[in-house]
Design a protein around this ligand. Structure first.
Ligand SMILES: C[C@H](O)[C@H](O)[C@H]1CNC2=NC(N)=NC(=O)C2=N1
Length: 191
């Protein structure tokens, strides 16, 4: 199934090849029944309840590189719905270092770093803010204990997670921040 998710699925609304041959050529090889994959797709794409055709699917690429290369969409799009926990569990594997957390009944992405100093924490905030502003999608930033940063990402407009959140997390992962991070104390050699 992983290999299935490494494929960019063509927008099903305008298939260049008939859907059945697309599924046979792509999915049949993996011995997966179309139905199961179709269910997974249904859980992994933003489909508004009013749409009952595949044309409502917003397919998306889900390998690490693909997420970071994508653009966030406006959060006020009427088609935007919070994704299921199953969909989130599929996508979390594509954003190294990030965790899924339930907070106040809302599923969110969460990642923490230990910084060299308070001001390095603010530098990290600025680097992340530039990405967020470029995407029009914003994280919740926390700087506590002077040098501990936690970033939470969720889509406030829908009260849950959408692909935007994973795109932003993937783009944050691409920011060069090694110079800001506290060196973890070298692990004691095993005695
Ligand atoms: C219209 C525009 O998409 C909204 O104001 C954006 C701004 N940034 C946002 N960021 C996040 N995380 N969630 C939102 O719902 C959101 N809405």
């Amino acid at each position: 199934m992983t290999r299935v998710f490494q494929l960019c699925l063509l927008p099903l609304s305008k298939p260049k090849v008939p859907k059945t041959s697309l599924f046979q050529s792509v999915l049949g090889a993996h011995g997966r029944s179309g139905t199961r994959i179709f269910e997974i797709l249904q859980n992994n794409v933003g489909v508004s309840p009013t749409r009952n055709s595949v044309s409502g699917f917003r397919t998306f690429c889900t390998s690490k590189g693909d997420l970071a290369a994508k653009k966030c969409v406006a959060c006020n799009s009427k088609d935007l719905r919070p994704m299921t926990e199953e969909a989130a569990n599929n996508l979390i594997t594509k954003v190294d270092g990030w965790n899924l957390v339930h907070e106040g009944g809302v599923l969110k992405l969460n990642r923490s770093w230990s910084l060299k100093s308070f001001t390095k924490g603010l530098e990290l905030f600025k680097l992340v803010a530039d990405v967020a502003e470029a995407e029009g999608h914003h994280p919740d930033l926390h700087l506590v204990g002077w040098n501990n940063v936690t970033i939470e990402i969720w889509t406030h407009a829908v009260g849950g997670l959408t692909e935007n959140d994973f795109i932003l997390a993937a783009k944050i992962n691409e920011i060069q921040i090694q110079h800001l991070l506290r060196r973890e104390p070298a692990k004691k050699q095993g005695h």
